[in-house]
Design a protein around this ligand. Structure first.
Ligand SMILES: *[C@@H]1O[C@H](CO)[C@@H](O)[C@H](O)[C@H]1NC(C)=O
Ligand SMILES: *[C@@H]1O[C@H](CO)[C@@H](O)[C@H](O)[C@H]1NC(C)=O
Length: 200
């Protein structure tokens, strides 16, 4: 009986997770006087499938020159019972990166999560092709436009078993070293679908 109830409980929980999956990226900014203005941002498909292809569109304006900055992420997974914070594991999750301009290089050099080097290479190519690369950690003022750029994402590394199909919120905070200013603050709501041999 207990087992049966537990099964009913978990299968309902499974349905609730699936039904809550987002079909569109939801985002909002939280800073004030930010020198980074996002006009539009989209990621498709939603849920993001892992492995899979992700298409990124961004239209933003840097209203002043921006220099070396720290990126802090806070990743929470929503379940119907509660939210829990995904810790920083293998450079993925709720991590702090003290040099945002060299993140793609670091992703390649240290192959984050055991399989992210390829994504780092694609990001570098994307930044070069869209003219946004900042080799000396200095960029702007300028518009930053990325128009439907496609990235290929790997599956979830077996090292990151905490990451599973479901809804996540990502808090993004960027602080510039030279001024100490929080130059960007945003909250993103995404869904992930973890797939194995074609089924998610
Ligand atoms: C970016 O957004 C600005 C402000 O809304 C708009 O004027 C501009 O046309 C957009 N650029 C692109 C490439 O969509
Ligand atoms: C950016 O800042 C970090 C942390 O202080 C530092 O390790 C890195 O070398 C800096 N990068 C550049 C290009 O100045």
């Amino acid at each position: 009986m207990k087992l049966y109830l537990a099964l009913v409980f978990f299968s309902c929980a499974g349905h609730m997770l699936v039904e809550s999956a987002l079909h569109k990226l939801s985002w909002s900014t939280c800073g004030s006087n930010s020198p980074i203005i996002v006009h539009s941002l989209d990621v498709s498909p939603m849920p993001i499938t892992l492995p899979g292809h992700l298409t990124l569109t961004l239209n933003s304006t840097l209203t002043r020159q921006i220099t070396n900055s720290t990126l802090r992420l806070k990743v929470k997974r929503h379940t119907f019972l509660m939210d829990f914070t995904i810790p920083c594991l293998l450079n993925m999750g709720s991590c702090t990166y003290d040099s945002v301009c060299t993140m793609a290089d670091s992703m390649i050099a240290h192959n984050w999560a055991g399989n992210m080097a390829g994504v780092g290479t694609q990001i570098k190519t994307m930044l070069t092709e869209t003219g946004v690369a900042a080799p000396n950690c200095v960029i702007g003022p300028r518009n930053v436009v990325i128009n439907r750029y496609q990235l290929t994402l790997p599956g979830v590394s077996s090292l990151l078993s905490l990451v599973s199909t479901g809804d996540y919120s990502i808090g993004v905070h960027v602080t510039e070293h030279s001024t100490g200013q929080e130059i960007f603050c945003a909250n993103l709501e995404i869904s992930l679908a973890k797939c194995h041999s074609g089924s998610c």
